[in-house]
Write a protein that binds this ligand. Structure first.
Ligand SMILES: C[S@@+](CC[C@H](N)C(=O)[O-])C[C@H]1O[C@@H](n2cnc3c(N)ncnc32)[C@H](O)[C@@H]1O
Length: 175
């Protein structure tokens, strides 16, 4: 009986390890960071730092479980669009939005943000690796309206920076 239990625990541990290892390679655009997420405290800090308000439409590129969008809508009255390529995180975000009764304010779409029109955004939120940010730069310059802000957590990009919080690793850009 004990051996059976240990064997099962071992199987679960191997399975969890395999899932974790797989997450290092998927999705392909963000090979080493897909499981990193923004916690509630940092999501609050992002909203304050970017001065998100009720007139804003926040596009979260790779929204994960939608923590930033939930705070932006719940506390600051903003509208939100989250784009997420990973099925598990897309479903988690959807469920969290519905649980919070924010389905009218936040839309979660499953897809690739490189193929999504961003022109309706007033603020773009990103927590992505530098390589991906660099690839997004041309899209930002082409699609975003003048005045649109981009808030990036952890990583900088080569755009017109208007503010930064070095301690929290928050960077704000404006088109
Ligand atoms: C570092 S996580 C950040 C998640 C969330 N924004 C947060 O701060 O908690 C990056 C997210 O981007 C997603 N992602 C990466 N490349 C993507 C792409 N091309 N289109 C849509 N989502 C993508 C990943 O699946 C992952 O959930």
């Amino acid at each position: 009986m004990l051996i059976f239990l240990i064997f099962n625990l071992l199987l679960v541990a191997i399975l969890l390890f395999l899932i974790f290892a797989f997450s290092m390679f998927w999705p392909p655009d963000s090979p080493w960071a897909p499981w990193w997420r923004t916690d509630k405290k940092m999501a609050e800090a992002i909203c304050r730092f970017a001065k998100i308000g009720k007139d804003d439409v926040v596009y979260d590129l790779g929204c994960g479980d939608a923590e930033v969008l939930l705070i932006a809508a719940k506390k600051y009255g903003a509208k939100g669009v989250g784009i997420e390529i990973d099925l598990l995180r897309f479903l988690t975000a959807k469920i969290r939005v519905l649980n919070n009764r924010l389905g009218k304010s936040i839309k979660i779409k499953r897809g690739n943000f490189f193929k999504t029109d961003l022109s309706k955004a007033t603020i773009v939120n990103v927590y992505l690796v530098p390589k991906t940010l660099e690839k997004l730069k041309a899209k930002f310059l082409e699609e975003l309206n003048p005045g649109t802000k981009i808030v990036s957590y952890k990583y900088e990009m080569s755009l017109g920076k208007i503010a930064e919080d070095k301690r929290k690793k928050l960077f704000l850009y404006q088109i």
